[in-house]
Design a protein around this ligand. Structure first.
Ligand code: AMP
Length: 135
């Protein structure tokens, strides 16, 4: 069982920000900046690609509103939303979660190493991905 499932079960306390039928939001225990908030589905999906449309829609509905609340409460204008999937992609907890991370005046927040690669044959690749989409 993941630590977030224990939070959902009430076995581990959290600083709750928001809750509805499908979604829970609470403060990250090791914040990158003040107000760093986690938004999780109640559905125990490990990674985003395994999440149901219903849970995804529920998160999508509330995410911008939660971002606005975090910005307002922390008097911040800029922020990152981060969503990691798989240990090599820096996922530590195997339960889908979205980070809302304010970029504070003091520079605290998410640091990003953005190393681009070259795109080859974009037309073919786009068509391949489009062909893999489930209807
Ligand atoms: P990730 O690397 O995307 O899997 O991020 C997991 C996040 O969960 C980290 O930012 C942790 O600080 C956070 N975290 C782990 N346990 C707890 C907890 N009990 N309550 C709140 N946040 C937690």
């Amino acid at each position: 069982m993941t630590i977030f499932q224990k939070v959902l079960n009430g076995e581990i306390p959290c600083h709750r920000v928001y809750e509805d039928e499908h979604v829970l939001a609470f403060l990250d225990i090791n914040p990158l900046s003040r107000g760093h908030t986690l938004v999780i589905p109640k559905e125990p999906a490990e990674t985003l690609d395994r999440l149901s449309d219903e849970s995804a829609a529920a998160i999508g509905r509330v995410l911008p509103r939660l971002c606005r609340a975090v910005l307002k409460a922390t008097e911040t204008r800029h922020f990152n939303v981060l969503q990691n999937n798989g240990a090599p992609a820096h996922q530590a907890v195997g339960h889908v979660h979205f980070h809302i991370i304010p970029k504070a005046e003091d520079g605290s927040g998410l640091g990003i190493g953005w190393k681009v690669t070259t795109m080859e044959n974009g037309a073919d690749l786009a068509a391949t991905i489009a062909g893999c989409l489930e209807r």
